[in-house]
Every structure is written in structure tokens, then in C-alpha cells.
Write a protein that binds this ligand. Structure first.
Ligand code: SF4
Length: 369
């Protein structure tokens, strides 16, 4: 689930659902007059222009042109990113909002975004920043060091690269994550998972957790709804899992687009067959937005059926997003079935996990607690 930040992006930093006063105020930071370009990674010069190798789009970018993500520009046959330090959204969120349910529950995460995205999702909740060139959204400059310092001063044990698409600000995420790791701060990527192997391998050294959107299990629909494709996202899931990054998956069920229960079963089969049975799967409820504002909200019964299917196919931890009923936000022990974490929205009301184990039967509960 991506957070709707329309009301946040130009406002003072907010500590969502938390009453404490935040430490910084964006209006106290000097606004950028002019964007600085930063050298981009993962590209090569060809006879026809620059081939960007960061994400599977592999854009061919001619002089003075930009890539699909709107952040990478060819200047005199060198590739630069316009997305480095020019932060457009910043807030302190409960970790449950990412959503991450098996990673440091009840903690707060310092969340940042820069404009731009590699996808064109018809249902984007954050299109006012994700579908914009970083220059065309209001922004404030913070260096990687400043981001880490602010996170520490605000008692956040993690930084989340989120809201827009962090792959589109890869270099800033990488540099910030490197510094954060050296200071003992966790790094969390909330992403569409559309990234090539080499940059993901480099980034994974510093990532502690990720929530990856799986839009649908039908490649034709994937292309239509997002402009991306399925296989690279599956490859990302596999690599993150292999690298030991704590992983959770979000699947937004959109009426007429991603609500086919046979396809959902096929996806769950794939997840089980590829050793993702312990990876939390969040089925999120769609509400009309952006270019899909004529569709109805997802019927709750469809989410209930999807959860049943996932459990039948061996997925152990299945959750609802955007649904405050059916106990779909709680964690239950897979072994003894006792309630382990009781949640309402982003709030943790009870936690019966100690040292990563169920308090009732002592079974290990997968996650980073
Ligand atoms: S990162 Fe941007 S420029 Fe590079 S291939 Fe992907 S969409 Fe194109």
C-alpha cells in the first residue's frame, strides 16, 4: 500500500499518528533554486545514445533527453540523475504503514521520496509526485548525511525509501543507505521491484527490509496497468530473498484488473514453489483514484476469498490492507494459532512475540523482531 501524501508533501514534517513534536521543519530549510545534477550509475554509451541499465526498461536516451522515469538525463553523452537530495516528501511513519508487519513492530521509520517513477500505474495514489519530473514538484535539499542525522535525532531506527519509486532515485538511496548502515540505522525499500540484477545486488548489501508491489500475475495486465512487466519483479523477489533482505509483498486487488481468483491462486502457487511461504503477503483493498476513479472499491468478500486461497496454497502469513475488519491485520502463530500481534490500522495493541518466538508454543515466528 502506498501512502497518500497529498497533504504532507509540502507541509512541515509530520510524525504520523504520533503525538510527539517532530525535530525538523521543512520550511526552515532553504529551497532549491536550481537543481544540481548528480552522476548516474549503470549506463553505457552506444552509437545511438546512452543505454540506461538501471531498470528493465533499458531506455535509450539521446542527448538532452530523459528516460521514462523522468529522473535520468543525457548531458553531452554522460548520464546524470536529477533525483539526488531534492526531497519532495518526508515524514515519520509507523513501520506498519509501509506495510511491514514482521519487521521491528511499533517502530517509527524516517520516510523520504523524490519525484519520478519507472511505472505509469493507472491507479497511482501518489501520482502528484511519482508521475512528475523531480524539478516540477516542490523540493528541499537534504544530503544523505543530513537524512541519516535527522533519522537518528528523531529516534527512528530505520529510513524508508518510499511514496514515489526509490529505484528512480537509486543513487541517492544507495548513498544514504550506505551511511545509514554504518550508523546502525536500518534501510527499507518500498518499491515496484522493477530494477536490474546488478544494481539490485549492489543495493541489497545495505537493505534490511523491502515491501515489493506485485501488481498482478498476468503479464498482459501488468503492462497495461503499470507499463512494466511481471518477470523482472519476480526476479527481484527471488534476489532479495536470496540476499537475506526481509521481504513482504503487497498485492492490490483492483476490480476488473487484478481480482481474478484463478490468477491469484497461480501467484500463490508460484510463491509457495519458490520458498516464499514465510513471506507475509498483504492483500490490499483498492479505492477509486487517479485514472481508475470510475471503478468501485474492492468488495471485502474478494479479499476474504483471496486470503483463503493464499492459505490453502501454503502462504502462512496473509494480511489485509485498507480493511479494518475480519481480523485481517493481526498476526497469528502458524503452529498453535494463538493471536501474536493485535493491530488496528497502524497501531499495535498487543504483542506476544519474545525473542522472535511465540509466547505460547515457543515456535519461531519469521521476521526481524
Ligand atoms: S531507470 Fe529510468 S532511464 Fe533508466 S532504464 Fe529505467 S526508466 Fe529508463
Amino acid at each position: 500500500m502506498k501512502t497518500n501524501l497529498y497533504s504532507l508533501q509540502f507541509a512541515d514534517i509530520k510524525r504520523n499518528t504520533i503525538n510527539n513534536q517532530p525535530e525538523i521543519n521543512l520550511y526552515s530549510l532553504s529551497m532549491l533554486n536550481k537543481l544540481k545534477l548528480h552522476p548516474a550509475l549503470y549506463w553505457e554509451l552506444t552509437q545511438d545514445g546512452i543505454k540506461c541499465r538501471l531498470c528493465p526498461h533499458e531506455c535509450l536516451i539521446k542527448k538532452e533527453k530523459i528516460g521514462i522515469c523522468k529522473t535520468r538525463v543525457n548531458v553531452e553523452n554522460k548520464l546524470f540523475t536529477k533525483a539526488f537530495g531534492n526531497i519532495c516528501s518526508i515524514s515519520i511513519d509507523p513501520i506498519e504503514k509501509k506495510p511491514l508487519f514482521h519487521f521491528s513492530p511499533s517502530s517509527e521509520t524516517f520516510s523520504i521520496a523524490i519525484g519520478g517513477c519507472t511505472f505509469r500505474c493507472l491507479n497511482c495514489q501518489n501520482y502528484s509526485i511519482s508521475q512528475k519530473d523531480p524539478e516540477s514538484v516542490e523540493q528541499y535539499y537534504l544530503s544523505p548525511e543530513q537524512i541519516v542525522t535527522k533519522a537518528i535525532k528523531n529516534n527512528c531506527n530505520s529510513i524508508s525509501y518510499t511514496y514515489s519509486e526509490p529505484v528512480a532515485f537509486f543513487e541517492f538511496m544507495l548513498e544514504t543507505a550506505n551511511i545509514a548502515r554504518s550508523k546502525g540505522i536500518n534501510n527499507i525499500m518500498v518499491s515496484n521491484g522493477y530494477i536490474n540484477h546488478k544494481p539490485l545486488a549492489e543495493l541489497s548489501q545495505y537493505l534490511d527490509a523491502a515491501n515489493i508491489d506485485l501488481k498482478t500475475f498476468d503479464n498482459t495486465i501488468y503492462k497495461k496497468i503499470s507499463g512494466g512487466s511481471l518477470q523482472p519483479v519476480l526476479d527481484t523477489l527471488i534476489m532479495l530473498h536470496e540476499k537475506g533482505v526481509w521481504l513482504e509483498i503487497t498485492y492490490l486487488i483492483i476490480p476488473e484488473w487484478s481480482d481474478n481468483l484463478n490468477s491469484i491462486r497461480e501467484m500463490c502457487n508460484w510463491l509457495f514453489a519458490n520458498n516464499f511461504s514465510d513471506v507475509p503477503l498483504h492483500f490490499s483493498r483498492f479505492f477509486p483514484t487517479y485514472k481508475l476513479d470510475d471503478l468501485p472499491p474492492t468488495p471485502v468478500e474478494i479479499l476474504v476469498k483471496a486470503m483463503e486461497i493464499a492459505k490453502q496454497e501454503g502462504i502462512k502469513y496473509v494480511y489485509f490492507g485498507n480493511v479494518r475488519e475480519q481480523n485481517g491485520e493481526n498476526t497469528y502463530c502458524y503452529n498453535c494459532k494463538e493471536l501474536l500481534i493485535k493491530r488496528t490500522g497502524f497501531n499495535v495493541l498487543e504483542n506476544h512475540i519474545s525473542n522472535g518466538k511465540c509466547n505460547y508454543c515457543n515456535s519461531i515466528v519469521p521476521g526481524m523482531w
